[in-house]
Design a protein around this ligand. Sequence first.
Ligand code: NDP
Length: 307
Amino acid sequence: MLYLHVDSGLDSWRKAFHQQQPDLQVVVAGDDFDPAAVRWVAAWNPPEALFAGFPNLEGIFALGAGVDAFVRRDDLPADIPLIRLLDAGMAQQMVEYILWALLTVQRDFDVYARQQQQGIWQEQMARSMGEMRLGILGLGALGQKVAQQLAGLGYKVAGWKRSPLILEGVQVLTGDQGFDDLLKQSDVLISLLPNTTQTRGVLNRSTLGRLPQGAVLVNVARGVQVVDEDLLQLLDEGHLRLAVLDVFHQEPLVQGHPFWRHPRVVMTPHMAAATLPEPAVEQVLGNLQRLASGQEPLGLVRADSGY
Ligand code: NDP
């Protein structure tokens, strides 16, 4: 029996499970079932103490790419596998979102929006894709696909990760020196890092200040990676041209936060890449099969790294 917890779209999730594996018993809060019969939980935004209610749990599926809501919890037994989604249709959505942000600055649509407000008719000198240097922080399941697709379009793409990797068409950097090099050469810095103790606050005055004058930040990872006050200062001082933000320290972003009305901030409500029930369920079921046959599941979260 699998217990399902999602914030929205419950019917689509149940339908996807039923269509793909009709014999799997899927239960949700409010159903009449014995908690001792639950062997698996598939969840997004799990409420506090959720896992403690199932004494015979064998594994947990995070219905998303980031697992920050699943790690460091008192109710998560250490010996139970935590398995997350790998891409599952999210990378393509990320490419689309980031491409929108890139075209906004490359073709000066942010400038034209301001000019329209001011009644100014003035053509800007647009750059070509090949003149734009992108720096992608995090080259994992999402970052790698984003990097390769954007490189394929002609952008100059570099990325930063912990372990070395050869990725065709993409300059891969590692370590502190690699981070510094990436910052100094990125016209657009894109974060696709997970939320860990190492990445919290990584986008601050010192790091963002090393970006070239007029650079742009795109944060589609997690809000806690940004020191908001530092970002606002760098935007106000004109060092940064624009921040495109999909994620925030607190979501929804509190009313009155300076980001809401800042002329150099473009905000979206954490929608860059949504979890799609059908490919997500396909991955969960594939992993159940792998586990049943003694194989390691794909997307197993390592306790030591927290992602
Ligand atoms: P992965 O875990 O597959 O990739 C993470 C990447 O970050 C890896 O390349 C990893 O390096 C690198 N990394 C981690 N820690 C460090 C560090 N301290 N220094 C340098 N590099 C580091 O994650 P995904 O690609 O699947 O997802 C990335 C994030 O995107 C998620 O954690 C989530 O927060 C966010 N997200 C946001 C969404 C939205 O709608 N806004 C939707 C989906 C995800 P290495 O490969 O060497 O281990």
